[in-house]
Write a protein that binds this ligand. Structure first.
Ligand code: URP
Ligand code: ZN
Ligand code: ZN
Length: 463
C-alpha cells in the first residue's frame, strides 16, 4: 500500500520544512517540496496535511504491558496498549521484560515475546531485566543479546522481587560492557526503602500519602550515584530510567562530567503531576502511586529545563497500568501493597505538546528529539525509526496542533478504569498515524490491524 502525505510541516529533531512524503513498501521512498500525485502509480492513498505537523512516529522507551508485579498483573495487553500508544502518536514500544527472581531469563524472553507477537499493532522490542546474574545463566543472556535485545534493565529497588544484589549488578554490568549492551536502571536503594516502609507502617502511617516519604529524593540520588560508580569503574554505558527530581538529575550530570557514559530518561507523570496528587483523600491518592514517587512541584521545572537543554535525553511514560478497583485498592490497609504505576501511554505526547511546547517550555523539535529520536539513537533503532528520511520506516504522525479537547478515561484505549489526567486541557492530537506505511489511527480512532506490529532486532552499539 502506498501513501502520499501532502503539504505538511515536516519536523524532525534536526529539520523543519514544508513538503510532501511518499511511502511505498513500508518505507519512506521520497521527500520533496512537491510530489505530483498524477505521476504516482494508481491507488495511492493521499493524506492532506496542510496546517498540520508531520512527525516521526514516537518511541516510548519504557513501558510495561505484560507485568506480573506486587501480587497482580498489569491490566493491559498488547492490543489495548498498542491502540492507546498509537492514538497518542507512539508507533514503537520498548517493553521491560521483568522475570521473577527464580525465573530463567531465556524462558522469560520467550514468554514476553509470545505476549506481543499476535497482538501488537505497533513495532516493539524489549529491555531484558537482570534480576540475578550467575555463571550458569550467562549463556542465556548471551543468547538473548544475539536474538536482538541490546539493552538490559536493572532494579535497585523492590526488595525480594526485582532487585538484584550488588555482586550480581557488578557482574551484569561487566558482561554488558563486554557485549556492548546498554544498562537501563531504576535507581533507588531497595534495603533503605524496605526499612523506611516498615517503620512507617509500624506507626500507623499506612495511606498512599506515605509512599513518597518512604522513598525520598536522596535515596534516588544515592541510587544514581551507586550505579554511576560501577559504570565509572567498568566503562558500562548506563541509562537512568524515570529520573524524577533535581538531586537525582544532578548526580547523573556530575557522573557525566566525570566521563561516565550516562543518559537520563524522565517520565511524563513527573513533569506534570506532583506529590499532592498522592496525598489526595479517601484513597484517591493510590491512583498516583508510582516509583520513584511524585515529587515536590519545584522539581518539574528542573525536568522541563533538562529536556530543553538536552541534559535529559528522553521523555518516556513508565506505563504500568493497574486498575483502581481490584488492584490499586489491594493497598487500602498498607501503601506498600498498592501496585505502582501511573498509566500514560496514550497521553504522553499530547501532554508534552500541551504543557511543554504550547506553554513555551520546549521547542517542537526538542519534543520530537525527546519523544522519538533519542530513544532510536540510544537503543539501536536509528535511522530506521526516530526520523523522517528516505529509507526510514514509514512510521509517521500527522499531528493537528489546532485540536482542542480534554484527556479522559472515556477516550482512552488502556484497560485501566481511571485516567490520571481526567478533564485536563489537551492542545493538539495525532490526526493520522502510520506504522510502516499502514494507517493505524484516523481522527484519533484506531482503524488499523492488530498483529501488524513486528519485533525489532537491535545490534549492540554500546562498547
Ligand atoms: O511505579 C512504577 N514505576 N511501576 C513500574 C515498575 C517500575 O519501577 O518501573
Ligand atoms: Zn522503575
Ligand atoms: Zn518501569
Amino acid at each position: 500500500m502506498a501513501l502520499l502525505i501532502r503539504g505538511g510541516r515536516i519536523v524532525t529533531a534536526t529539520d523543519d520544512h514544508r513538503g510532501d512524503i511518499y511511502c511505498a513498501d513500508e518505507t519512506i521512498t521520497r521527500i520533496d517540496a512537491h510530489i505530483d500525485p498524477r505521476a504516482l502509480p494508481p491507488g495511492v492513498e493521499i493524506i492532506e496535511a496542510k496546517g498540520k505537523y508531520v512527525l516521526p512516529g514516537c518511541i516510548d522507551p519504557h513501558v510495561h504491558i505484560y507485568l506480573p508485579f506486587m501480587g497482580t498483573y498489569a491490566a493491559d495487553d498488547y492490543a489495548s496498549a498498542s491502540k492507546a500508544a498509537l492514538a497518542g502518536g507512539t508507533t514503537t514500544l520498548i517493553e521491560m521484560i521483568c522475570p521473577g527472581p527464580g525465573d530463567e531469563p531465556l524462558a522469560a524472553f520467550e514468554l514476553w515475546h509470545s505476549k506481543a507477537e499476535k497482538l501488537a499493532a505497533v513495532d516493539y522490542t524489549f529491555h531484558m531485566s537482570v534480576v540475578r546474574f550467575e555463571e550458569q545463566i550467562r549463556g542465556q543472556f548471551r543468547d538473548i543479546v544475539r536474538a536482538g535485545v541490546a539493552s538490559f534493565k536493572v532494579f535497585l529497588a523492590y526488595k525480594g522481587a526485582l532487585n538484584l544484589s550488588d555482586e550480581h549488578l557488578f557482574e551484569a554490568m561487566t558482561f554488558a560492557k563486554q557485549e556492548g549492551v546498554i544498562v537501563t536502571a531504576h535507581c533507588e536503594n531497595a534495603d533503605a526503602i524496605d526499612v523506611l516502609q516498615r517503620r512507617l507502617l509500624a506507626i500507623g502511617k499506612t495511606g498512599p500519602e506515605w509512599h513518597g516519604p518512604s522513598r525520598p529524593p536522596v535515596i534516588e540520588a544515592s541510587g544514581v550515584h551507586h550505579l554511576c560508580s560501577f559504570a565509572e569503574l567498568l566503562g558500562t554505558h548506563v541509562y537512568i530510567v524515570h529520573t524524577s527530581c533535581d538531586v537525582a538529575v544532578t548526580e547523573a550530570l556530575a557522573a557525566n562530567a566525570r566521563g561516565v557514559n550516562v543518559w537520563i530518561e524522565s517520565v511524563i507523570p513527573h513533569f506534570v503531576l506532583d506529590e499532592t496528587y498522592a496525598q489526595r483523600p479517601a484513597f484517591e491518592g493510590a491512583k498516583y502511586v508510582m516509583s520513584p514517587p511524585l515529587r515536590a512541584k519545584s522539581n518539574q521545572s528542573v525536568l522541563w529545563d533538562g529536556v530543553a537543554s538536552r541534559a535529559i535525553s528522553t521523555i518516556a511514560t513508565d506505563h504500568a497500568p493497574f486498575r483502581f478497583a481490584g488492584q490499586k485498592d489491594m493497598g487500602r490497609d498498607a501503601f506498600t501493597r498498592i501496585p505502582n504505576g501511573i498509566p500514560s501511554i496514550q497521553e504522553r505526547v499530547d501532554l508534552v505538546h500541551t504543557y511543554g511546547v504550547a506553554e513555551g517550555r520546549l521547542a517542537l523539535q526538542t519534543m520530537v528529539d525527546a519523544c522519538s529520536t533519542q530513544a532510536a539513537r540510544l537503543f539501536g533503532l536509528y535511522p530506521r525509526k526516530g526520523t523522517i528520511a528516505v529509507g526510514s520506516d514509514a512510521d509517521l504522525v500527522v499531528y493537528d496542533p489546532a485540536y482542542r479537547g480534554t484527556f479522559s478515561k472515556a477516550a482512552s484505549y488502556s484497560q485501566v478504569d481511571y485516567n490520571a489526567y481526567e478533564g485536563w486541557k489537551r492542545i493538539g492530537r495525532p490526526a493520522v498515524v502510520t506504522v510502516r506505511g499502514a494507517v493505524q489511527i484516523r481522527d484519533g480512532e484506531f482503524v488499523g490491524t492488530i498483529g501488524r506490529g513486528r519485533f525489532l532486532r537491535r545490534e549492540p552499539t554500546h562498547f
